[in-house]
Design a protein around this ligand. Structure first.
Ligand code: SF4
Length: 240
Protein backbone atom coordinates (compact mmCIF):
# COMPACT_ATOMS: atom_id res chain seq x y z
CA UNK A 1 0.00 0.00 0.00
CA UNK A 2 2.13 2.75 -1.38
CA UNK A 3 0.55 5.28 -3.69
CA UNK A 4 1.43 8.40 -5.60
CA UNK A 5 0.35 11.46 -3.65
CA UNK A 6 -1.29 14.74 -4.64
CA UNK A 7 0.12 16.36 -1.49
CA UNK A 8 2.34 19.16 -2.74
CA UNK A 9 5.28 18.55 -0.38
CA UNK A 10 5.73 14.83 -1.00
CA UNK A 11 5.73 12.29 -3.83
CA UNK A 12 4.10 9.23 -2.41
CA UNK A 13 2.57 7.72 0.71
CA UNK A 14 3.48 4.53 2.60
CA UNK A 15 0.97 3.26 5.16
CA UNK A 16 2.25 0.36 7.31
CA UNK A 17 -0.32 1.53 9.88
CA UNK A 18 -3.88 2.64 9.20
CA UNK A 19 -6.54 4.00 11.52
CA UNK A 20 -6.40 6.53 14.33
CA UNK A 21 -8.39 8.42 16.97
CA UNK A 22 -8.87 12.16 17.31
CA UNK A 23 -6.71 14.18 19.69
CA UNK A 24 -7.26 17.86 18.97
CA UNK A 25 -9.23 20.39 16.95
CA UNK A 26 -7.09 19.76 13.88
CA UNK A 27 -8.58 16.26 13.71
CA UNK A 28 -12.17 17.48 13.46
CA UNK A 29 -12.57 16.89 9.73
CA UNK A 30 -9.90 14.21 9.40
CA UNK A 31 -9.36 13.27 5.75
CA UNK A 32 -7.90 9.87 6.71
CA UNK A 33 -11.02 8.97 8.65
CA UNK A 34 -13.31 9.89 5.77
CA UNK A 35 -11.18 7.95 3.31
CA UNK A 36 -10.87 4.88 5.56
CA UNK A 37 -14.62 4.69 6.02
CA UNK A 38 -15.15 5.04 2.28
CA UNK A 39 -12.63 2.26 1.50
CA UNK A 40 -14.22 0.07 4.18
CA UNK A 41 -17.64 0.56 2.58
CA UNK A 42 -16.12 -0.40 -0.78
CA UNK A 43 -14.89 -3.67 0.73
CA UNK A 44 -11.16 -2.88 0.47
CA UNK A 45 -9.46 -5.59 2.55
CA UNK A 46 -6.84 -3.29 4.09
CA UNK A 47 -9.64 -1.24 5.61
CA UNK A 48 -11.74 -4.10 6.97
CA UNK A 49 -11.27 -2.49 10.43
CA UNK A 50 -12.41 0.89 9.17
CA UNK A 51 -10.58 3.64 11.07
CA UNK A 52 -9.47 1.43 13.97
CA UNK A 53 -5.68 1.34 14.37
CA UNK A 54 -4.42 -1.61 12.30
CA UNK A 55 -0.82 -2.75 11.79
CA UNK A 56 0.18 -3.98 8.32
CA UNK A 57 3.32 -6.00 9.03
CA UNK A 58 3.57 -7.13 5.39
CA UNK A 59 4.18 -3.51 4.33
CA UNK A 60 7.00 -2.70 6.74
CA UNK A 61 9.75 -3.66 4.29
CA UNK A 62 8.12 -2.32 1.15
CA UNK A 63 10.45 0.71 0.64
CA UNK A 64 13.42 -1.66 0.43
CA UNK A 65 12.05 -2.78 -2.95
CA UNK A 66 12.03 0.74 -4.46
CA UNK A 67 15.23 1.49 -6.31
CA UNK A 68 14.50 5.00 -7.49
CA UNK A 69 14.88 7.79 -4.94
CA UNK A 70 11.52 9.00 -3.59
CA UNK A 71 10.09 11.45 -1.08
CA UNK A 72 7.72 9.39 1.08
CA UNK A 73 5.04 10.59 3.51
CA UNK A 74 4.86 7.88 6.19
CA UNK A 75 1.40 6.97 7.49
CA UNK A 76 -0.81 9.50 5.78
CA UNK A 77 -3.73 7.33 6.97
CA UNK A 78 -2.75 7.17 10.63
CA UNK A 79 -0.42 8.57 13.29
CA UNK A 80 2.71 6.46 13.72
CA UNK A 81 3.04 7.51 17.37
CA UNK A 82 -0.48 6.50 18.34
CA UNK A 83 -0.39 4.63 21.68
CA UNK A 84 -1.91 1.56 20.01
CA UNK A 85 1.18 1.18 17.84
CA UNK A 86 3.72 -0.87 19.84
CA UNK A 87 7.23 0.52 20.16
CA UNK A 88 8.77 -2.52 18.49
CA UNK A 89 6.59 -1.89 15.41
CA UNK A 90 7.68 1.75 15.29
CA UNK A 91 11.28 0.56 15.59
CA UNK A 92 10.84 -1.81 12.64
CA UNK A 93 9.57 1.07 10.52
CA UNK A 94 12.52 3.25 11.53
CA UNK A 95 14.96 0.43 10.73
CA UNK A 96 13.46 0.17 7.25
CA UNK A 97 13.90 3.92 6.79
CA UNK A 98 17.49 3.66 8.00
CA UNK A 99 18.14 0.85 5.51
CA UNK A 100 16.83 2.98 2.62
CA UNK A 101 19.05 6.10 2.45
CA UNK A 102 18.04 6.57 -1.18
CA UNK A 103 14.60 7.75 0.00
CA UNK A 104 13.53 10.70 2.13
CA UNK A 105 10.88 9.81 4.70
CA UNK A 106 8.55 12.48 6.12
CA UNK A 107 6.90 11.45 9.40
CA UNK A 108 4.22 13.69 10.87
CA UNK A 109 2.50 13.26 14.24
CA UNK A 110 0.09 14.92 16.62
CA UNK A 111 1.27 12.59 19.45
CA UNK A 112 4.38 14.61 20.19
CA UNK A 113 4.40 13.45 23.83
CA UNK A 114 4.85 9.84 22.80
CA UNK A 115 7.36 10.84 20.14
CA UNK A 116 9.50 12.54 22.79
CA UNK A 117 9.11 9.51 25.10
CA UNK A 118 10.36 6.95 22.57
CA UNK A 119 12.77 9.05 20.48
CA UNK A 120 15.83 7.74 22.30
CA UNK A 121 14.87 4.16 21.33
CA UNK A 122 14.87 4.96 17.61
CA UNK A 123 17.64 5.45 15.05
CA UNK A 124 17.65 8.91 13.47
CA UNK A 125 19.27 8.66 10.04
CA UNK A 126 19.47 11.92 8.06
CA UNK A 127 16.85 10.77 5.55
CA UNK A 128 14.08 10.85 8.20
CA UNK A 129 12.36 14.22 8.50
CA UNK A 130 10.27 14.46 11.67
CA UNK A 131 7.35 16.85 11.98
CA UNK A 132 4.46 17.78 14.26
CA UNK A 133 1.09 19.28 13.34
CA UNK A 134 0.34 22.66 14.91
CA UNK A 135 -3.12 23.87 14.01
CA UNK A 136 -3.50 26.55 16.69
CA UNK A 137 -1.84 27.90 19.83
CA UNK A 138 -3.46 25.25 22.07
CA UNK A 139 -1.00 22.65 20.77
CA UNK A 140 2.18 24.71 20.65
CA UNK A 141 3.70 22.34 23.22
CA UNK A 142 4.17 19.90 20.33
CA UNK A 143 6.95 22.13 18.98
CA UNK A 144 8.86 21.89 22.27
CA UNK A 145 8.52 18.09 22.20
CA UNK A 146 9.81 18.00 18.63
CA UNK A 147 12.80 20.17 19.49
CA UNK A 148 14.04 17.36 21.80
CA UNK A 149 14.14 14.85 18.93
CA UNK A 150 17.51 14.33 17.20
CA UNK A 151 16.11 14.24 13.64
CA UNK A 152 18.19 15.73 10.81
CA UNK A 153 15.19 17.78 9.73
CA UNK A 154 12.46 18.95 12.12
CA UNK A 155 9.36 20.50 10.60
CA UNK A 156 5.93 21.91 11.46
CA UNK A 157 2.74 21.34 9.52
CA UNK A 158 0.43 24.24 10.33
CA UNK A 159 -2.48 22.71 8.49
CA UNK A 160 -5.36 23.04 8.90
CA UNK A 161 -4.42 26.42 10.31
CA UNK A 162 -7.47 27.33 12.40
CA UNK A 163 -6.07 30.00 14.72
CA UNK A 164 -3.23 32.51 15.02
CA UNK A 165 0.31 31.32 15.80
CA UNK A 166 2.09 34.56 16.58
CA UNK A 167 4.85 33.16 18.80
CA UNK A 168 6.17 30.01 17.20
CA UNK A 169 9.32 28.73 18.94
CA UNK A 170 11.35 28.20 15.77
CA UNK A 171 14.77 27.51 17.29
CA UNK A 172 15.84 24.11 15.97
CA UNK A 173 13.04 24.00 13.39
CA UNK A 174 14.06 23.76 9.73
CA UNK A 175 10.84 23.87 7.77
CA UNK A 176 7.24 25.11 8.15
CA UNK A 177 4.27 24.13 5.99
CA UNK A 178 1.12 26.28 6.13
CA UNK A 179 -2.27 25.42 4.70
CA UNK A 180 -5.94 26.13 5.17
CA UNK A 181 -8.55 23.47 5.70
CA UNK A 182 -10.33 22.24 2.58
CA UNK A 183 -13.45 20.28 1.80
CA UNK A 184 -16.96 20.27 3.23
CA UNK A 185 -17.34 22.49 6.35
CA UNK A 186 -13.79 23.82 5.98
CA UNK A 187 -12.94 26.30 8.74
CA UNK A 188 -11.56 29.64 7.54
CA UNK A 189 -7.92 30.68 7.68
CA UNK A 190 -7.22 34.41 8.11
CA UNK A 191 -4.66 36.14 5.86
CA UNK A 192 -2.94 37.69 8.88
CA UNK A 193 -2.29 34.27 10.45
CA UNK A 194 -0.41 33.25 7.29
CA UNK A 195 1.51 36.55 7.12
CA UNK A 196 2.54 36.22 10.74
CA UNK A 197 4.02 32.74 10.24
CA UNK A 198 5.71 33.84 7.01
CA UNK A 199 7.36 36.78 8.80
CA UNK A 200 8.48 34.60 11.72
CA UNK A 201 10.02 32.09 9.29
CA UNK A 202 11.88 34.81 7.39
CA UNK A 203 13.26 36.24 10.64
CA UNK A 204 14.36 32.81 11.87
CA UNK A 205 15.66 31.73 8.41
CA UNK A 206 13.28 28.77 8.37
CA UNK A 207 12.10 27.37 5.02
CA UNK A 208 8.47 28.19 4.27
CA UNK A 209 6.05 26.13 2.18
CA UNK A 210 2.61 27.55 1.45
CA UNK A 211 0.40 24.61 0.58
CA UNK A 212 -3.01 26.15 -0.03
CA UNK A 213 -5.63 28.68 1.08
CA UNK A 214 -8.19 25.87 1.31
CA UNK A 215 -11.92 26.40 1.60
CA UNK A 216 -14.82 24.37 0.31
CA UNK A 217 -13.40 24.72 -3.23
CA UNK A 218 -9.63 24.77 -2.86
CA UNK A 219 -9.26 24.77 -6.63
CA UNK A 220 -10.77 28.27 -6.61
CA UNK A 221 -8.63 29.71 -3.80
CA UNK A 222 -5.32 28.29 -5.00
CA UNK A 223 -1.95 28.42 -3.31
CA UNK A 224 -0.46 31.80 -4.18
CA UNK A 225 0.74 34.20 -1.51
CA UNK A 226 2.10 37.63 -2.46
CA UNK A 227 1.24 36.73 -6.08
CA UNK A 228 3.60 33.74 -6.15
CA UNK A 229 4.00 30.23 -4.76
CA UNK A 230 6.31 29.34 -1.87
CA UNK A 231 7.58 25.79 -2.29
CA UNK A 232 10.68 25.98 -0.15
CA UNK A 233 12.07 22.70 1.16
CA UNK A 234 14.73 22.01 3.78
CA UNK A 235 18.27 21.84 2.49
CA UNK A 236 20.18 19.04 4.19
CA UNK A 237 23.45 20.84 3.43
CA UNK A 238 22.20 23.96 5.22
CA UNK A 239 20.92 21.93 8.16
CA UNK A 240 24.27 20.19 8.52
S1 SF4 B 1 -4.05 12.47 14.30
FE1 SF4 B 1 -4.20 12.72 12.08
S2 SF4 B 1 -4.95 10.75 11.32
FE2 SF4 B 1 -5.32 10.81 13.54
S3 SF4 B 1 -7.46 11.53 13.71
FE3 SF4 B 1 -6.08 13.31 13.89
S4 SF4 B 1 -5.94 14.13 11.78
FE4 SF4 B 1 -6.75 12.03 11.65
Amino acid sequence: MATQSNIEWTEMTWNPVTGCTKVSQGCKHCYAERMARRLNAMGVERYRNGFTVTLHADLVDLPRTWGKSRKVFVNSMSDLFHYDVPLDFIQRIFHTMEACPQHTFQVLTKRSGRLAEVASYLPWPRNVWMGVSVENADVIHRVHDLARVPAGVRFLSCEPLIGPLDSLPLVGIHWVIVGGESGPKARPMADEWVESIFTQCRRARVRFFFKQWGGVRKDLTGRKLHGRTYDEMPSLAAVA
